[in-house]
Design a protein around this ligand. Structure first.
Ligand SMILES: C[S@@+](CC[C@H](N)C(=O)[O-])C[C@H]1O[C@@H](n2cnc3c(N)ncnc32)[C@H](O)[C@@H]1O
Length: 258
């Protein structure tokens, strides 16, 4: 849960591409916490109210469990958290102890009970860098969803990706320093983010390196893949224009049903 106990010193070659192991506390501080309130408001106000009951929700690619915690306090009976990173799941277990946790790949996950709601938020599906991978996720979601259930996820389109994903960032605090570079490749349509993180523990600076890859999808392709998987689009919101999130352009919230 703390920086000192959360996999400090895990290096890139151990974790590999798109591994959040060792990155959880940083992800939680700089990515998950700043977005949780507007995200929750959106899910409650625009989506959950369409559902007849709040029995079972699956948080696919749950990350550090901030959303799972909201579902628990929002009256959901069962909250299932699925992620491929054991560190993210360990962190999430501290944040949302009453949820159920399962380490599975989103492309092939299954659950023994069908859900009223599946969510996969905050750039999780942007990690699905091929249409085959995204389709596999959609098919798994379709199997896990009750008829009439909702699936909410976000994806970027090309409008923002090429601008906002290009460039450096630097953070310097008394006990950690992060330096990162995001590079968008126009040919592969992929963004590669490399982060080097130094954290201070027991008067020693520990270095860890992380690499993440993401892509974008235009809405017509997303709709087609949903249909191919047995799902259909109900709504689509631009996070900046429609939802007034303090976000850049080019991110959409999709609401689909089975
Ligand atoms: C950008 S984070 C988003 C976390 C969380 N949904 C949130 O709202 O903060 C992406 C998460 O997806 C997980 N992830 C990436 N690829 C995955 C896969 N193939 N299967 C399951 N989880 C995956 C990562 O471990 C990470 O926790």
């Amino acid at each position: 849960m703390t920086r000192e106990s959360s996999g400090r010193g895990v290096t890139l070659h151990e974790g590999g591409l798109n591994s959040y192991d060792g990155f959880s506390w940083f992800y939680d501080t700089y990515f998950a916490l700043p977005i949780i309130e507007p995200l929750w408001k959106f899910i409650e106000n625009k989506c959950v109210r369409r559902l007849a009951s709040k029995e079972l929700v699956i948080d696919l690619c749950c990350g550090t469990g901030r959303l799972a915690n909201k579902f628990l306090s929002g009256g959901w009976l069962s909250v299932i958290c699925i992620d491929l990173s054991t560190d993210q799941l360990a962190f999430a277990r501290c944040v949302a102890p009453d949820a159920t946790f399962s380490c599975q790949d989103a492309r092939s996950f299954s659950w023994h009970e069908q859900a009223n709601l599946v969510v996969s938020m905050c750039d999780s599906l942007a990690h699905m860098c091929s249409t085959d991978d995204l389709l596999a996720v959609f098919k798994s979601v379709c199997r896990a969803l009750k008829p009439g259930g909702l699936f909410i996820f976000d994806l970027n389109d090309d409008q923002g990706v090429s601008e906002r994903r290009n460039g450096p960032f630097n953070i310097a605090r008394s006990d950690h320093v992060a330096t990162g570079m995001s590079v968008y490749n126009y040919e592969t349509r992929r963004t590669n983010l490399n982060v080097t993180l130094f954290s201070l523990a027991d008067e020693r600076w520990i270095r860890a390196d992380f690499a993440f890859e993401q892509t974008y999808y235009e809405r017509p392709l997303v709709e087609k893949l949903l249909r191919d998987a047995g799902l259909s689009l109900v709504d689509c919101f631009d996070t900046k224009l429609d939802l007034k999130f303090d976000f850049e352009l080019g991110r959409r919230m999709y609401v689909a049903t089975r």
